[in-house]
Design a protein. Sequence first.
Length: 243
Amino acid sequence: MILAIDAGNTRLKWAIFDAGGRRLQQGAEDNARLAALSAHAAAWANCRKVLVSCVAGPAVESLLRAMFDSLGLPVQWVRASAEACGVRNGYRDPHQLGSDRWLALIAAWHHCRGPCVLASAGSALTVDALSSDGVFLGGWIIPGLRLQQQALVAGTAGVRAGEGVCCEYPDNTADALFSGAVSAMAGAVERMVASLQAREGQPPRCLLAGGDAELIRRALHLPAEILDNPVLQGLYLMESESA
């Protein structure tokens, strides 16, 4: 069994995979409550290896290192590379790409084996394009739902935060903020899909991931699938390739 860790900007997700790729256990914890992960120590200690994607910063990385040391587990800190698992990295400096985006793209390629757009909606929205031959062409990084709303509230006089819903024609400020943010994200996804279709000469599949994936899916004017934790799946695939 292997333990896969996806330490994002606000939450950490984990899963234990068996040799066949089944998720035997999984969970998540806010970064402010990572001490609670000690409750899973007994299950984690049975794993032969840990693979980690960490974009949460040095403080979270240090905490995880101490935890894995106490369990005596060998750890592989995964970074983006020029090529892995059938995907080629088109970034000018491949190592500059975030490990979470790289691993999610690997999972997307193995899911589609063809051109696709992967939009991961967390603290930020990333909208990335894979070609028909498995090349990561590039992508966009856009403020996520809450960051967009917070920026408007902080930078605009007279605008107050509130609980909103997504609708076509908002008639109050809370709904206008919420609907505008969701529509901006959906519009970015649709534009990347159109761009990739023009390049590849065929409609690419549209994949969504992250906490706000369902909100975006409902706002899109094209079919889309939701991938469950593609970063964790990408970690498993990386280990499978090296085994």
